[in-house]
Write a protein that binds this ligand. Structure first.
Ligand code: GLU
Length: 445
C-alpha cells in the first residue's frame, strides 16, 4: 500500500464520523502522491500523519440568557490545526450545523489556503452551533460575550487570530472584540474583520468576494477571455456572494441568479446588488423579498433549483457541498464552462470529478477564496504597525496576491497535475510544499 493510502486508511478509521473531514483529506492527500514519491524523507518524518492531526482542539460550554430570561447552552470550539508557517488564522462559524468534524474540515482547508496567500499564517478554525438567525442584537451580544469569556485564554495576536465566517460578520466581531478587550485590558489585533473605527482594514469586507473574481479574471485573461457579457450564477447572498457578484458585474458580467437557504431568485436583466445588500446586510431578511423591489424577477422555493439556470460561469459562494453530482451534471448540460469556488468546499468529490472530467475550468476554493484571509493578514500587519492603509493600497495588494496564487497554482499544476489546468492538484501541491518545508525544518513537533 502506498504511503498516501496508508495514511488515508488510518484517517478513515480514526475519523469515521466526520464525513467532511474525510472528504477534504481524501482530496488533498490524493493530489500529493507525485510529490511524496519525489520526497521519501516526508514519509520517514511521518509528515502526513502529523498534518492530519490538529495541534490542539478546544471545546467549551457557552451559557447565555435569551430575551425571555431562559438559560441557553451552546457548544463552542477552536481547532488550532497547524502553526508551521505562522500563528493559527481562520474564521469563526456560528451555524446550527457546526460540530467538531465540520471545523476540522474547515481548519484543514485553512492550512493550505493560508499557505497559498504567501503570508505568514497557520491554519485554524472555530465556532459554535449557535444560530444567529432570528436572534435579537442583544441575544447575539450576550452569546458573543459568553463565547469570548472562554475563548480569550486560547487566542492572542501572535498565537491565534480568529475572524468571521458564516454567521459571524461585523456585528459579531465587534461584540467579541469588546469582550476580549474588557477581559484582557489589551488593545491588540487579536481578531480580524474589525470595524474601521477600531482597527479594521479597508477592503476586508470586500476581500473574499473580490478575490474570487480577481483569480477567475486572471485565468480568463490567460485564455484570452473576460467577464464581459458572461452570464454568471452566484449562489448564496452573504458577504462572499455579494462582493463576488458586485465585482463580476463591474467587469461586465450579468449576474442572473442568487439564493439563500430557502430559495433562489432569477433576474434575467441582471441582479441589482444594492437590493440584495439592503435585504441581507441591513434588514437581515430572506431573499424572496427581492421580487418586491424587482417585480420582473422570479423567486423559486428551494435553493437547489439555482443549478438548473443556464449560465457560463458559476461562483458557488454559499456553503460546503452545495453542488452535488446531479447539480454538476445539470450545470454541465446547460453549458457552464467555468466554476470558481467562493465558499469553502462547495463541490462534493463527485461533482468536482464531473467538472474535471468534462474539462471545464475548475478553480478550488482554497485558492479562489484566499483573498479574505489574505486581507485579514494585511489587517494584522496594519495593526502591528499601528497604521491604516488606503482602500486602493489594500485592494492593489489583494490583486497582486491573487495573481501570485495563480502563478504558484498553475506552475505546480504543470509540474504535478493530471493536466496543466488541474488547479485542484496545483493548489494542493503548491500550498503543501511550503508547509511541509517549514515542518521539516522545525523537527518533530
Ligand atoms: N472565514 C474566512 C475563510 O474561510 C476568513 C478567515 C480569516 O479571515 O481569518 O478563509
Amino acid at each position: 500500500m502506498s504511503y498516501v493510502d496508508q495514511v488515508l486508511a488510518s484517517v478513515k478509521e480514526k475519523n469515521a464520523h466526520e464525513p467532511e473531514f474525510l472528504q477534504t483529506t481524501t482530496e488533498v492527500l490524493n493530489s500529493l502522491r507525485g510529490v511524496l514519491e519525489r520526497h521519501p524523507e516526508y514519509q520517514k518524518a511521518k509528515l502526513l500523519e502529523r498534518l492530519v492531526e490538529p495541534e490542539r482542539i478546544v471545546s467549551f460550554r457557552v451559557p447565555w440568557v435569551d430575551d425571555k430570561g431562559e438559560y441557553q447552552i451552546n457548544r463552542g470550539y477552536r481547532v488550532q490545526f497547524n502553526s508551521a508557517i505562522g500563528p493559527y488564522k481562520g474564521g469563526l462559524r456560528f451555524h446550527p450545523s457546526v460540530n467538531q468534524g465540520i471545523l476540522k474540515f474547515l481548519g484543514f482547508e485553512q492550512i493550505f489556503k493560508n499557505s497559498l496567500t504567501g503570508l505568514p499564517i497557520g491554519g485554524g478554525k472555530g465556532g459554535s452551533d449557535f444560530d444567529p438567525k432570528g436572534k435579537s442584537d442583544d441575544e447575539v451580544m450576550r452569546f458573543c460575550q459568553s463565547f469570548m469569556t472562554e475563548l480569550y485564554r486560547h487566542i492572542g495576536p501572535d498565537c491565534d487570530v480568529p475572524a468571521g465566517d458564516i454567521g459571524v460578520g461585523g456585528r459579531e466581531i465587534g461584540y467579541l472584540y469588546g469582550q476580549y478587550k474588557r477581559i484582557t485590558g489589551e488593545y491588540s489585533g487579536v481578531l480580524t474583520g474589525k470595524g474601521l473605527t477600531y482597527g479594521g482594514s479597508l477592503a476586508r469586507t470586500q476581500a473574499t468576494g473580490y478575490g474570487v473574481v480577481y483569480l477567475a479574471n486572471e485565468i480568463l485573461t490567460h485564455k484570452g477571455k473576460s467577464f464581459q457579457g458572461q452570464k454568471v450564477v452566484v449562489s448564496g447572498s452573504g458577504n462572499v456572494a455579494i462582493y463576488a457578484a458586485e465585482k463580476a458585474i463591474s467587469l461586465g458580467a450579468t449576474v442572473i441568479a442568487m439564493c439563500d437557504s430557502n430559495g433562489y431568485i432569477y433576474d434575467k436583466d441582471g441582479v441589482d446588488i444594492s437590493v440584495i445588500q439592503d435585504i441581507k446586510e441591513v434588514r437581515r431578511a430572506r431573499i424572496k423579498e427581492y421580487i418586491k423591489a424587482r417585480p420582473s424577477a422570479e423567486y423559486h422555493e428551494g435553493f437547489q433549483g439555482i443549478w438548473s439556470v443556464p449560465c457560463d460561469i458559476v461562483l458557488p459562494c454559499a456553503t460546503q457541498n452545495e453542488i452535488d453530482l446531479d447539480a454538476a451534471k445539470s450545470l454541465l448540460k446547460n453549458g457552464c464552462w467555468m466554476v470558481c469556488e467562493g465558499a469553502n468546499m462547495p463541490s462534493t468529490l463527485e461533482a468536482m470529478d464531473a467538472f474535471i472530467e468534462a474539462g471545464i475550468l475548475f478553480v478550488p476554493s482554497k485558492a479562489a477564496n484566499a483573498g479574505g484571509v489574505a486581507v485579514s493578514a494585511l489587517e494584522m500587519s496594519q495593526n502591528s504597525l499601528r497604521l491604516s492603509w488606503s482602500f486602493e493600497d489594500v485592494d492593489q495588494r489583494l490583486q497582486n496576491i491573487m495573481k501570485d496564487i495563480y502563478k504558484s497554482m498553475s506552475s505546480a499544476a504543470a509540474e504535478y497535475g493530471k493536466t496543466p489546468e488541474d488547479y485542484v492538484s496545483g493548489a494542493n501541491v503548491a500550498a503543501f510544499l511550503k508547509v511541509a518545508n517549514a515542518m521539516m525544518a522545525q523537527g518533530l513537533v
